[in-house]
Design a protein around this ligand. Structure first.
Ligand SMILES: Cc1cc2nc3c(=O)[nH]c(=O)nc-3n(C[C@H](O)[C@H](O)[C@H](O)COP(=O)(O)OP(=O)(O)OC[C@H]3O[C@@H](n4cnc5c(N)ncnc54)[C@H](O)[C@@H]3O)c2cc1C
Length: 480
């Protein structure tokens, strides 16, 4: 097998990168009694789940991921005893609110029936769309959060989901809903896809995020997202695993000998590090892998909570400040046109409202970002602040500290965020289910002992660890 060491091996597995998927892969291997070592370029573990005082002392900001419905509902993460290692979940009163100019905010309540009731004429359509998903979530989750299967466990349920999920969010919102509130709510959910909303399959992410809101709320870890990977790392070490931070791997020659290598990187880095060992046909496919649009992020220290006009927004952990369906469609269309929206769709998280450990007493944090074209260096601070101010007059006066990151800063911070793409690759219909190369086993680098375990594999972006878990399952076949 190419890439296999012939000397006596030091480890059963080495993992390059300690993001949630890298640690998930490492834990899955270590749980089988294998010797595993993780190498991490940064000084701390965590990848997209780190927390830091970015603005002022005492204000803890999530540098990347903030809100974690996918972690809480992930079949893999649920199987880990992370609470015993100190992970504590915070549940906001409402998962999500979506303010509008001339109407009450649309709210994703934890309760499906409350949401249905709140949406008036569109309540029944909302119920028709989400109830089958919410009721069957435990059966659907393992299938939705894994590689595409030609023989799903519940074919009828999956087919029903697929019929809706494959549609563009713009057309699904238009065909199911007639009121601006329901349309905007769905558009805001689907825009997490970081794609123009007229693209096929943009409904998939909206449907999943809405459903998990009803299944588990949209919780986040006390103290910051760093707690997820810190507790994973502690558990991994108790299983006998080793972690070396501050060690960026540039070539396979830098690694100790091992029976298998898992890459918590994107395809581009896999090729940089191990290109000579990657079969040329497969390398050709990886070179065609598409990276997605980027993000511009802002973290704020505030003297008071955000003064949202609509009371519901003051009770939500997450607020989508993007306006109507049409506005969100226009904002996300810019990603395709290589332009920047004046009124961007802004994702806002206000963790300190429900987690007093995030800021000094009485003070607050604000985490917000918008989508921008890949590689953009445009400063989107003003458009982001304007959107929040639009729904929360007086907000700007409360800012006492500020930190921003454009797409370059994102990539400098984490080499996996190529051009600012936070999902490890474009999640369009050609790559959503079969990334990175359209192979039956998306994790295995053919004819080698190497595996890709990052969010560049199914099920893609988000903190759920499922990519790492499935990659390790693929790698474990080598040992069985
Ligand atoms: C601004 C932002 C907001 C987000 N919001 C959310 C959210 O609210 N909820 C959510 O679920 N997800 C969110 N995400 C996405 C989430 O963070 C990622 O999908 C997730 O972290 C991907 O996990 P991963 O393990 O595949 O890779 P990563 O978390 O990116 O980890 C990769 C790790 O590998 C290391 N590495 C890379 N190359 C090398 C090398 N050569 N040698 C050694 N180490 C290397 C990196 O330093 C990094 O630590 C957000 C991301 C960003 C940036």
């Amino acid at each position: 097998m190419k890439g296999t060491k012939t000397r006596e091996t030091k480890y059963d597995a080495v993992v390059i990168g300690s993001g949630p998927n890298g640690l998930a892969a490492a834990i899955t291997m270590a749980r089988e009694g294998l010797s595993v070592k993780v190498f991490e370029a940064a000084d701390t573990v965590g990848g997209g789940t780190r927390t830091k005082e970015l603005t002022l002392p005492g204000f803890k900001h999530d540098i990347c991921s903030a809100i974690h419905p996918m972690a809480k509902t992930s079949p893999f993460l649920r199987s880990l005893p992370l609470e015993e290692y100190g992970l504590e979940w915070i549940y906001p009163e409402y998962p999500l609110a979506h303010p509008l100019d001339n109407e009450p905010a649309a709210v994703l309540y934890r309760s499906l029936s409350e949401t249905v009731k709140s949406l008036g004429n569109d309540g029944r359509s909302y119920q028709k769309l989400f109830e089958p998903l919410v009721q069957n979530w435990n059966k659907l989750a393992p299938q939705l959060l894994g590689p595409l299967s030609l023989l799903p466990d519940t074919p009828l349920l999956m087919a029903r989901f697929g019929l809706k999920a494959l549609q563009s969010a713009e057309s699904l919102a238009g065909s199911y809903f007639s009121t601006p509130r329901a349309q905007a709510l769905f558009a805001g959910l689907a825009a997490h896809s970081i794609l123009p909303l007229d693209k096929l399959s943009t409904s998939a992410i909206g449907l999943v995020l809405g459903a998990v809101g009803h299944v588990e709320n949209w919780p986040y870890p006390k103290g910051g997202s760093q707690a997820i990977t810190n507790t994973m790392a502690d558990y991994f070490k108790d299983l006998g695993g080793e972690i070396e931070t501050g060690r960026r791997i540039n070539s396979l020659a830098e690694l100790p000998t091992s029976k298998t290598i898992l890459f918590n990187t994107t395809p581009a880095q896999l090729l940089d590090i191990a290109g000579d060992y990657v079969p040329s046909g497969y390398a050709g496919k990886l070179k065609k892998f598409k990276y997605g649009a980027g993000v511009f992020k802002i973290d704020l220290a505030l003297s008071e909570p955000i003064p949202w006009k609509d009371e519901a927004c003051r009770k939500a952990g997450t607020v989508h400040a993007g306006g109507t369906l049409e506005e969100i469609v226009n904002s996300e269309q810019c990603l395709e046109n290589n332009s920047h929206p004046e009124k961007p769709y802004v994702l806002v998280a206000q963790q300190s409202l429900f987690d007093e450990t995030r800021a000094p007493k009485g003070k607050h944090t604000c985490w917000a970002y918008c989508h921008v074209p890949s590689g953009s260096t445009k400063d989107m601070t003003e458009p982001i602040l304007n959107q929040i101010e639009r729904f929360a007059p007086g907000f700007r006066d409360l800012i006492i500290g500020q930190h921003t990151m454009n797409t370059q800063a994102m990539q400098n911070y984490n080499p996996n965020y190529i051009g600012g793409d936070i999902n490890g690759g474009k999640q369009d219909i050609t790559q959503l289910f079969t990334r990175p190369a359209g192979l039956f086993d998306p994790y295995h680098v053919p004819d080698t002992n190497m595996y890709l375990s990052s969010s560049s594999t199914p099920p893609g972006g988000g903190v759920h660890g499922m990519c790492g878990y499935h990659a390790a399952q693929s790698a474990l076949k080598q040992f069985r």
